[in-house]
Ligand binder design. Structure first.
Ligand code: ASP
Length: 372
C-alpha cells in the first residue's frame, strides 16, 4: 500500500503532468495520422503534377480487355482519381503532352525540361511529379536527371494498367509518388521513379517486364527505397552526378539533340546497321553488344573505321545488368572506343547525346561515363 506521504507528494506532479501528457498524446496521434497518410510536417506548399500521357492516363473500352489507348485521360482526371493527394500537398496539374511514351522524342524532352524547370523555379512549388508512360520512362528520367538544375524533388510515375482497367495500378503509384515528392529526404537525390511500391534512381532504373506492374528494377545497385501505402523510406543515396552537380545544361537556343544511333548485337551481326546509322548522319553509335559489350569482327572493324572519322562509339550491352569496362575482350584504347560502364544502351545514348554537345573526344567522354 502506498503511504499517505506518497499520495501527497504525487498530487502536485499529477497536476503539472496532465496537460503535458495530453499534449504528448496529441502529438503522438498527429504523428501516427500523418505517417498513415504519408504526409509530413514539412509538407510542400504545391506539388505540380505534369502529365505526358502513358498507360497511367490510358483507357480501354471495357475493363478486363487487353487492348487500350495510352494518354487519353487528362491530368485533371488523374488528380481527381486520387482525392487522398490533397492530404499530402496542394496539387496542381499541367498537361505537357498526351502521348504513348513510345513516341517520346527530343522535342518533347526539351518541352518537358522547360516546363519542369519553370515549375521548380516557382517559390510556391516544392516538388514536381511527372506522369509518364513506362516504355521510355527510364530515358526521360535520366535526361532530366542530367539537365535539370534544382535540388527540389522530381518524381516520375506511371502505370502498367490503364486508368479504367481491373485493378489499375496508377492511383496507388501516383499516391506514393506524391508522398515521395513531399519528403524532405527526396531533395538532392536527382530524378526519381516511383512504381509498384518501389523508389528508383534515374541512373539505375530500367523496365524489365512487358506487362507486369512489378516491371521497374534497378539491376546493378538496387532500388533507392520502398513505399507501403504512402509510408515511404529511402535507402542509400546515389553516388552518380546529377541535376545541380551535372555539367550539362540546355539553353533556350537548343532545339534538338545530336543524332546518336543504337545498333543491336546478335549472332551473325553484320556491318549493315552501322552503315545505315552512318548514312543517316549519326554523330555517335551505341552498341547494345552481346555479353560484356562484344560484337562480331565485321562490326568491330566497321566501328573502328567510324571512330577514326570522329564518330563516337560506345560499347554497352544487351544483357540487362552488369558493367561494361574498358579493354576486356575489345581493345578500346587502340580502337578509340568508349565503354558504357553501368549505363544500358538507352541511357548511354542520352549521355552521349549530351556529351556530343560539348566534345567528341573519346577520353573526355569516357570520364563522363564514369561519373554520370
Ligand atoms: N506504351 C505505354 C507508354 O509507354 C506503356 C505504359 O505506359 O506502360 O506510354
Amino acid at each position: 500500500m502506498p503511504s499517505p506521504q506518497c499520495h501527497a507528494a504525487d498530487a502536485p506532479r499529477r497536476l503539472v503532468s496532465k496537460p503535458l501528457a495530453a499534449i504528448a498524446l496529441l502529438l503522438a496521434i498527429t504523428m501516427v495520422v500523418l505517417s498513415a497518410i504519408g504526409a509530413r510536417a514539412d509538407q510542400p506548399n504545391i506539388t505540380m503534377i505534369l502529365a505526358t500521357g502513358g498507360t497511367i492516363a490510358g483507357t480501354q473500352t471495357a475493363a478486363g480487355e487487353p487492348g487500350y489507348v495510352a494518354g487519353k485521360d487528362s491530368v485533371a482526371s488523374l488528380i481527381e482519381a486520387v482525392p487522398e493527394l490533397k492530404k499530402i500537398a496542394d496539387v496542381e496539374g499541367r498537361q505537357v503532352s498526351d502521348i504513348g511514351s513510345q513516341n517520346m522524342d527530343a522535342k518533347i524532352w526539351l518541352e518537358l525540361l522547360r516546363a519542369t524547370s519553370e515549375e521548380l523555379a516557382r517559390p510556391d512549388v516544392d516538388a514536381v511529379v511527372i506522369a509518364h508512360g513506362t516504355d521510355t520512362m527510364e530515358e526521360t528520367a535520366y535526361f532530366l536527371n542530367l539537365t535539370l538544375k534544382s535540388d527540389k524533388p522530381v518524381v516520375l510515375v506511371g502505370a502498367m494498367r490503364p486508368a479504367n482497367a481491373l485493378s489499375a495500378d496508377g492511383p496507388m503509384n501516383l499516391y506514393n509518388a506524391t508522398v515521395v515528392a513531399a519528403l524532405a529526404e527526396a531533395r538532392g537525390r536527382g530524378v526519381l521513379v516511383v512504381m509498384n511500391d518501389e523508389i528508383h534512381y534515374a541512373a539505375e532504373v530500367t523496365k524489365t517486364n512487358t506487362t507486369n506492374p512489378d516491371t521497374m528494377k534497378s539491376p546493378n545497385r538496387g532500388r533507392a527505397g520502398v513505399c507501403d501505402i504512402g509510408a515511404c523510406v529511402f535507402f542509400s543515396p546515389t553516388t552518380k552526378r546529377h541535376t545541380t552537380n551535372s555539367a550539362f545544361s540546355i539553353g533556350d537556343e537548343v532545339s534538338t539533340l545530336p543524332y546518336v544511333a543504337i545498333v543491336y548485337g546478335h549472332a551473325g551481326m553484320t556491318a549493315a546497321p552501322i552503315k545505315g546509322a552512318l548514312d543517316d548522319g549519326a554523330k555517335g553509335i551505341v552498341v547494345a553488344g552481346v555479353g560484356d559489350g562484344n560484337m562480331s569482327d565485321v562490326a568491330l572493324d566497321a566501328l573502328t573505321t567510324a571512330a577514326k572519322t570522329g564518330v563516337v562509339v560506345v560499347r554497352s550491352t544487351r544483357v540487362g545488368s552488369g558493367v561494361v569496362r574498358r579493354d576486356i575482350e575489345v581493345d578500346d584504347d587502340t580502337r578509340g572506343f568508349v565503354a558504357a560502364e553501368e549505363l544500358n544502351p538507352q541511357r548511354a545514348r542520352i549521355l552521349l547525346q549530351l556529351a556530343l554537345m560539348k566534345t567528341n573526344d573519346p577520353k573526355t567522354i569516357q570520364e563522363m561515363f564514369h561519373v554520370y
